[in-house]
Design a protein. Structure first.
Length: 363
């Protein structure tokens, strides 16, 4: 039963994604089960949104099939998404590259686990480089949002839908197994109706959907261009779009950052755990704080550079062997030392470990 009000419920992060997708007017979900994100597909199957909103929910035969279904839906102007975890998202990289090349909207929810390879079913953040720099071929970017709470898992679905159509490009919600499996109180948004054919025609005049053919020519969508001059122009146009996104869509948050001498840079569950470490350091008189990138691309490089002007050192905390740390070092450009603390392979640090890592660099 649909209503136009906010609902407060207790949900896992994965469940929040599923319920938010329906409420934000998603047209179709095409996915394949893999731990630790299977609850997204399972929740949609239980809720049967096709009976209320008409949303399509389909378990594809593979991750390759699911990303190509999202490609096709995006090409027709529909709001579509998929979800997977690390090795599953690796299989989608060709399709994501094709979507980026064709400038097609589509959402990929990646609930990371430890790797490489099949790895483990425990949490990880070792797909930062895959998401931010792209595992497919060519010069392209995708929008990357990193939630650190179940509430943000829900909220970022709507934000991703809006941004992927605004900029005509794929978006990734880069979560991890901690956030996907943890339960918290969530305020779900009111229902946003799915767009009508007329609304799609107006919003997506580029779409290959047969709408409006009385007033326009056929739309043709392909990532192939045999004329190198035209292909270079396409790359240059996309690069200009990316530059505008870097100027306007950067998002970040801070915790006790204003007077911090020692700054932790962390995203997702690592940021959550680091908050307790900061509290422990503050109790000892050490002015520590957190800068949390919300958009991993575009990355908050300018904010990091500004922060480096007034702090003594930085420590990145990641569930990997050191990936985001490289972007932080590029951003601060030698102004301060940037250290790394990480656990990998599915291991999750305790706040005391982060506390000790920061204590070791305090001068």
């Amino acid at each position: 039963m649909m209503d136009n009000k906010n609902d407060i419920v207790l949900l896992k992060g994965n469940e929040a994604v599923a319920k938010a997708a329906v409420r934000f007017g998603c047209d179709g979900f095409f996915g394949y089960p893999i731990t630790p994100q299977s609850e997204i597909l399972e929740t949609l199957a239980l809720d049967k949104p096709w009976e209320d909103t008409g949303m399509v929910v389909l378990q594809a035969e593979s991750e390759l099939a699911s990303i190509n279904m999202v490609y096709a839906a995006g090409a027709s102007g529909k709001c579509a998404m998929t979800s997977s975890s690390s090795p599953g998202v690796a299989l989608m990289q060709e399709g994501i590259s094709y979507m980026a090349a064709c400038e097609l909207p589509g959402l990929i929810v990646s609930v990371q686990r430890g790797g490489p390879g099949l790895g483990t079913i425990q949490p990880g953040q070792s797909d930062y480089t895959q998401a931010v720099y792209g595992g497919g071929n060519g010069d392209y970017h995708v929008l990357v949002l990193a939630p650190y709470s179940v509430q943000e898992m829900a909220d970022f679905v709507g934000l991703a839908f809006d941004l992927m159509f605004k900029w005509r490009m794929p978006a990734i919600i880069l979560s991890d197994g901690v956030i996907g499996q943890m339960m918290e109180k969530v305020v779900l948004p009111p229902y946003r109706p799915r767009r009508t054919d007329e609304e799609i025609r107006k919003q997506c005049p580029w779409a290959a959907n047969g709408l409006g053919l009385k007033s326009r020519k056929y739309n043709y969508i392909s990532s192939l261009e045999l004329d190198p001059q035209l292909m270079e122009k396409r790359n240059r146009d996309m690069s200009e779009k990316y530059r505008k996104i870097e100027e306007t869509e950067v998002r970040y948050d801070g915790y006790m950052l204003d007077d911090a001498d020692y700054v932790i840079v962390a995203f997702g569950s690592s940021a959550r755990i680091s908050m307790k470490a900061v509290d422990m350091l503050r109790e000892e008189g050490i002015k520590a704080g957190i800068l949390r990138p919300i958009t991993l691309w575009p990355f908050p490089s300018a904010k990091l550079s500004e922060t480096a002007d007034r702090c003594k050192a930085m420590l990145t905390v990641e569930l990997n062997e050191g990936q985001m740390v490289n972007d932080v070092r590029l951003a601060v450009n030698g102004k301060v030392e940037v250290h790394h603390f990480g656990r990998s392979g599915g291991m999750v640090p305790a706040p005391s470990e982060i506390y000790e890592a920061m204590k070791a660099i305090v001068k």
